[in-house]
Write a protein that binds this ligand. Structure first.
Ligand SMILES: CC(C)=CCC/C(C)=C/CC/C(C)=C/CC/C(C)=C/[C@@H]1[C@@H](COP(=O)(O)OP(=O)(O)O)[C@]1(C)CC/C=C(\C)CC/C=C(\C)CCC=C(C)C
Length: 409
């Protein structure tokens, strides 16, 4: 169903009436302006109504402005629209309407079965992401357990390509992982941790598509070690991190008092995932290069007069500093885009999101403080700064949703 919908989305975006194309383009501009090297609005080369925002927007042979090649942003935006529509209708996709599996019902006792499965998810989450885990403790029990279950599925998926057995992972293994995902969405979990997610999807309107897309991202990671331009990198970041934002919104919930559209909240969640992943990439340039990987837009590297060899050599030069400044600026734009959306989440869900946003964004400051040496130094946010971020995050979580301030929507 997810694949079909994605195809529909692709077709739809090619055939969008002009007005809708313009509206979508505006929304996407707000997510991407500056991201293609454009300056601030009003700056020379900045965003204007005529700015070519999409890297792959083309003009048809007849000269008629048309979206002949759909950009990654457009494709992802179609997913956002679909996810938002599902949430609005509080409709579960067909796979999720299956009755809870017998195995899950038997396991619903607080200490045995499902209770234990969720507890194990919590332990894994605490082990890998302590600060985030602490943040989830503020959420209602049902939401917290659901976020843990999603976290564990994402972590396991990531471990397939990034963990100790990564060198043995084949596309076939990912196909098997995807079949397992389909089974758990159909109420047939394979193991205890899958059972927690299988239960979660019966409680929240979570769609399978972002999960499938994450697996697709891992497939990309197996075969692709270079990204031609930001459009390609954008797609990769959506697959491995933007998807996490889309999976999380139905659980975190939009505040009942919020006047924001579901689309804009999903857009913000996507932006936060992208911002986190771009930051992760910038922090890990040296580490990735040692594995032969360069998750940076090749065309922008070339524009800056840099080559793969320069990355492998790992010497900080003025060219590198200039290149990095541009990349950091882009990542910060996505964080900014996400901020408004966090205020629209349910009050009790905001703290962990603010905490992760503030902490992850600080990694960018640390890269600057290291004079852009991300080849041999790992940008790291110290304990004191981490601790300080928590009350700041808490303070922000008390703020009124942005859509309620001065009648903004
Ligand atoms: C509150 C919160 C942050 C919830 C998300 C919880 C969740 C389900 C996380 C899953 C993370 C995960 C294991 C993803 C697998 C792919 C991957 C590794 C992505 C990278 C994460 C960090 O990785 P890692 O732990 O290896 O990093 P360190 O090396 O330890 O630094 C990513 C960079 C992506 C993370 C993306 C998010 C957390 C998405 C955030 C967006 C939301 C929660 C939506 C919030 C809603 C609005 C409206 C803004």
């Amino acid at each position: 169903a997810g694949d079909g919908a994605a195809r529909d989305g692709f077709q739809r975006s090619r055939l969008l009436p002009k007005k809708r194309q313009q509206r979508q383009r505006w929304v996407l501009c707000s997510l991407t302006y500056g991201c293609l090297g454009l300056g601030e609005p009003g700056e020379a080369g900045g965003r204007s109504a005529a700015s070519p925002v999409y890297s792959s927007l083309t003009v048809s042979p007849g000269g008629d402005a048309a979206v002949a090649v759909v950009s990654s942003e457009q494709k992802v935006y179609d997913v956002v629209v679909k996810q938002a529509a599902l949430l609005k209708r509080q409709l579960r996709p067909q796979q999720q309407q299956a009755a809870p599996p017998a195995v899950a019902r038997e396991m619903d006792a607080p200490r045995g079965g499902l209770g234990e499965a969720y507890a194990r998810c919590g332990e894994i989450c605490e082990e890998y992401a302590k600060t985030f885990y602490l943040g989830t403790l503020l959420m209602t029990e049902e939401r917290r357990r659901a976020i843990w279950a999603i976290y564990v599925w994402c972590r396991r998926t990531d471990e397939l390509v990034d963990g100790p057995n990564a060198s043995h992972i084949t596309p076939q293994a990912l196909d098997r992982w995807e079949r397992r995902l389909e089974d758990l969405f159909a109420g047939r979990p394979y193991d205890m941790l899958d059972a927690a997610l299988s239960d979660t999807i019966t409680k929240f309107p979570i769609d399978i598509q972002p999960f499938k897309d994450m697996i697709d991202g891992m497939r990309t990671d197996l075969k692709k070690a270079r990204y031609k331009n930001f459009d390609e990198l954008y797609m990769y970041c959506y697959y491995v991190a933007g998807t996490v934002g889309l999976m999380s919104v139905p659980v975190m919930g939009i505040a009942p008092e919020s006047k924001a559209t579901a689309e804009s909240v999903y857009g913000a969640a996507l932006a936060l995932g992208l911002a986190n992943q771009l930051t992760n990439i910038l922090r890990d340039v040296g580490e990735d290069a040692r594995r032969g990987r360069i998750y940076l837009p090749q065309d922008e590297l070339a524009e800056a007069g840099l080559s793969d060899e320069d990355i492998f050599k790992g010497v900080v030069t003025d060219k590198w500093r200039k290149f990095m400044k541009r990349q950091i600026k882009r990542a910060r734009m996505f964080f900014e885009e996400a901020e408004r959306g966090v205020t629209e989440l349910r009050k009790e869900s905001r703290w962990p999101v603010w905490a992760s946003l503030l902490l992850y964004r600080q990694i960018l400051d640390e890269i600057e403080a290291n004079d852009y040496n991300n080849f041999t130094k790992r940008a790291y946010v110290g304990k004191a700064k981490k601790v300080l971020a928590l009350p700041v995050a808490y303070g922000r979580s008390l703020l009124l949703p942005y859509s309620l301030r001065n009648n903004q929507t």
